[in-house]
Design a protein around this ligand. Sequence first.
Ligand code: ATP
Length: 310
Amino acid sequence: MTPNQPRVRVRVPAKVNVQLSVGPARPDGFHDLANVFLAVGLYDEITATPAETLRITCEGPDAGQVPLDHTNLAARAALTLAARHHIPPAVHLHITKDIPVAGGMAGGSADGAGALLACDRLWGLNSPRAELLDICAELGSDVPFSLLGGAALGTGRGEHLTPLPVGAPFSWVFAVADGGLSTPKVFQEFDRLTAGTPVPPPTANPALLTALSTGDPTALAATLTHSNDLQPAALTLRPSLTATLAAGTEAGALAALISGSGPTTAFLAKSPEAAADLAQALLTSGTCRTARVATSPAEGATVVEHTAEG
Ligand code: ATP
């Protein structure tokens, strides 16, 4: 990176699914979902600078687990945008990774949305948001929400989004586990566990949506007990998470659940102070690798620096 190069830096949040209602498997193998997304204040940053050819680099504690080839969602975003506009994908994308990798917090999707916005601005395309959301949906089910942020109900595979009102900030602790869980494997386990029993169509819980809109953590907690249909599958694949959930509950969490397909566990707290105490208790319990405090909702992908050629 030379100092007088143009550069665009974008910040993108992680997500937690406060509800993940999974319908029966469709003929294409995907499941229809009713997915209540909440963006949380743990962020990756993507910095785009001009380069001869597409190049990805990554830094952060889990950087070693991030693919640096064209399977990286950030690379796919740059390639897709460049192809649409018939321009070369001549960009260096540097990812500063703070979202746990393969943790059920949509870190890869965040990088896809962030890279898309960063390239769009670096290349002076300034595409309308609807067009960017369209490309996000091509990249993956969770990518549109990473661009949008806030809170939203996702239907279809999760990519059709309806923004949701949130009355007040919620405080969370995320307990990060050692190693990741593969989202497709968790869905396969869901299929195995539900084989032979009818799976009802996915529905969003109206009480949960009301609790979000009033910003009442106790009311929200009351709706979270069985809100993640992937939780039994994630727990079968990673039984040790039961101890993490129990440790958070014993330490006073209002609610404890698996984040998305796991293995990150999410704990709702009644205040930022309670969240800090809860994080400390989870760390001391020895049932997780690390515990992170965050609030929600968080803004979607945002340009935090745009430097023109100097
Ligand atoms: P989700 O919550 O959307 O199911 P996740 O948080 O469980 O996703 P990710 O961190 O998105 O999981 O990564 C899943 C896999 O995607 C990784 O194991 C990795 O091989 C691949 N991947 C592709 N691009 C990225 C990226 N930019 N960051 C992390 N992983 C990536």
